[in-house]
Ligand binder design. Sequence first.
Ligand code: URA
Ligand code: SF4
Length: 194
Amino acid sequence: MSELKILKQEVITCTKCPLSKTRNKPVFGNGNPNATIMIIAEAPGYYEDQSGVVFQGKSGELLDKVLAASGFNRKEHIYISNIVKCRPPNNRPPNDTEKTTCLPYLYKQIELIDPKIIILLGATALKSLVDPNAKISQIRGQWIDWKNRLVLPTYHPSALLRNPKLKRPVWEDIKKVVAKYRELINPDHYAAYC
Ligand code: URA
Ligand code: SF4
């Protein structure tokens, strides 16, 4: 069994924080384990908790559309996971204890997948990984050198669903990812819209 699969087994039986009592299914992460791009968001929501798969429902559909427009898909180019692996009740943001308890799994996951580029979706991912005082509206679209990896924060798809005006800045940010992907990974990468 691969190290990533062993880690997944640990996560899906984890009872280290109180979210284990209210979750239905833990959501470890999905995508290509050899992906060069990793996407990190906040926490599973209702549909993810039901299915055990990241980014289902409306946010997932929107994310897939953005990825498709940039020539990426989840199976080939991307691995997606969250700051916490179990759904917080009523989709509240995960609290400090939950984040601190769960983060070592994510760190290990990042190490094993070893992506060149990490996209952080939303304030929780940005604050938990980079800087608790960082503001997503100020930092989004800027490359951050984080533990020898390139990290780009942008808005979470659920924020776009609430406020369609954020679609334009997210698209600007995603264009930067495509440019970086061409520079570092595949100069011939085809994207219909950039
Ligand atoms: N929102 C998240 O932050 N993560 C998911 O997996 C789904 C929705
Ligand atoms: Fe374990 Fe993380 Fe789930 Fe808490 S959220 S029970 S630490 S896997």
